[in-house]
Design a binder for this molecule. Structure first.
Ligand code: NAD
Length: 437
């Protein structure tokens, strides 16, 4: 099939590689000329494990090309996936200007019956708006609108895209369902489950999933606060909770909370959608509040331990919003950095991939190339991202390099007994603190 993918970011580029890998002829379109030039030169605009190989395979086979010209993506396309950003407005609502622009431009340039698919995360009701936009542009051509929300996780995007947990298809015509099932046929033949719904249900389901996962994380973080007050150990509490199959162990990770491009904005957009529909859903605001509280709980531990932050140096280990990515959009680490800098501390950060992005977000942040360089002379370390190589650092070497051996573990990756044996002041989230006597 001939497929256009509009937007070559974290979702769009993985989609381009995956669909070409499945045997389709794919054109990736982006308005960012620099990004397209990079892609044409064979360079990835961001770090995602396995993506370089997937894209190289597709371009070398001649099944994937890149362009800034949307007409090229729309020409002769059986289907076009819209993968542009849906950032939050000041009100928290999703800004859908790029989605509208992409759909309008595809409609103007379509040369045959094309299925225009929302892959970006959009509020329920967006497809109706898109249909009206498209009909205004093209009265001469039947164009279908459909929804195929993306569930990939950054850091595991290629794996998730090639082996999805399920494929959600929202459509209102047999033609759109048939085309989308044909797009994903190789995955469906391998046994991947397809869930077919109407469009509004597909749109709403995506927000429902993200908001629920964010709620699980905030619930675990609220348990961490409760455990700190009660003198209990949250690691055991979430073990007990997670061993109940009705709850499940995933997304009960305790610490600095969630960040990234999806959960924070999607939660807000979902709450705004609920309000616009006339449904009061304050639980969603509470999930966001607990998430902010998680960052401030770690900052408070630093402040309580170091007393005055003026003249103190704090090292952050991990800056990306989660391991496996260089994405720092709404990363909890940057919230910690900003709060500490505001309180007078100097802050140095290390991340295996995200140093440059963190520096451009928080210019006052000093970036170290190496974790041992970061902790040299630091009065406190805050673990912000649970990269495996941060979990396997030589802790004795870190102890010796620090001015004060204090670790605030924002991801609970270290063993309290080992920290006690090494003589650290160790302050995890929701677990009893280790303070040498
Ligand atoms: P991104 O910022 O990485 O990429 C968006 C891309 O769209 C950018 O390259 C931008 O230049 C391009 N773009 C913007 N307007 C355009 C236009 N009119 N025409 C062509 N290109 C345009 O964003 P992302 O992380 O890929 O997210 C895209 C959508 O997918 C969002 O709605 C997001 O919520 C959703 N989503 C993201 C993830 C994730 O893990 N990042 C997962 C699932 C769903």
């Amino acid at each position: 099939m001939k497929i256009g993918v509009i937007g070559t970011g974290h979702v769009g580029l993985v989609t381009c590689g995956t669909l070409a890998h499945l045997g389709h002829e794919v054109v990736g379109v982006d308005t960012d000329a620099e990004k397209i030039a990079q892609l044409e030169a064979g360079k990835m605009p961001f770090f995602e494990p396995g993506l370089q190989e997937l894209v190289d395979e597709a371009t070398q086979a001649g099944r994937l090309t890149f362009t800034t010209d949307i007409a090229e993506g729309a020409r002769d396309a059986d289907v076009v996936f819209i993968c542009v950003g849906t950032p939050p407005k000041a009100s928290g609502e999703a800004n859908l200007a790029a989605v509208e622009a992409a759909a309008r431009d595809v409609a103007r340039n379509a040369t045959k019956r094309t299925v225009i698919v929302e892959k970006s995360t959009v509020p329920a009701g967006t497809a109706g708006r898109l249909r009206r936009t498209i009909e205004r542009e093209r009265k001469d051509l039947a164009l279908d609108v459909a929804s195929n929300p993306e569930f990939l996780r950054e850091g595991k995007g290629v794996e998730d895209s090639l082996s999805p947990t399920r494929i959600l298809l929202g459509a209102e015509s047999d033609h759109a369902f048939e085309v989308l099932c044909a797009v994903y046929k190789p995955l469906i033949d391998k046994g991947c489950r397809v869930i077919q719904t109407d469009i509004a249900t597909a749109e709403l389901s995506k927000h429902a999933c993200n908001a629920f996962l964010a709620m699980k994380i905030s619930y675990a973080n609220a348990m961490a606060r409760m455990c700190e007050l009660a003198g209990a150990d949250v690691a055991d509490v979430v073990e007990v909770m997670g061993s109940d199959p009705r709850i499940g162990k995933d997304f009960l990770g305790v610490g600095l909370g969630y960040g990234g491009y999806c959960f924070p904005k999607d939660l807000q957009a979902f709450e705004r959608l609920a309000a616009s529909l006339g449904y009061d859903f304050p639980l969603l605001n509470e999930v966001a509040r607990i998430n902010e509280e998680a960052v401030m709980a770690a900052v408070k531990k630093v402040e309580d331990t170091l007393w005055n932050l003026d003249g103190k140096r704090v090292a952050l280990l991990g800056l990306a919003f989660k391991p496996g990515t260089d994405d720092t959009r709404l990363a909890p680490a940057l919230g910690v950095a900003r709060a500490l800098i505001e309180r007078g501390s100097s802050v140095v950060g290390y991340d295996p991939q995200a140093g440059a992005n963190a520096k451009s977000d928080v210019p006052e942040l000093e970036i170290a190339e190496d974790p041992y360089e970061a902790v040299e002379g630091a009065h406190c370390v805050v673990v912000c991202t649970e990269w495996p190589d941060i979990g396997s650092l030589d802790l004795a070497k870190i102890h010796d390099a620090m001015a004060y051996p204090v670790i605030v573990d924002g991801r609970n990756i270290f063993d309290p007994k080992e920290m006690a044996a090494l003589g650290f002041t160790y302050l995890p989230a929701g677990r009893p603190p280790i303070v040498p006597t």
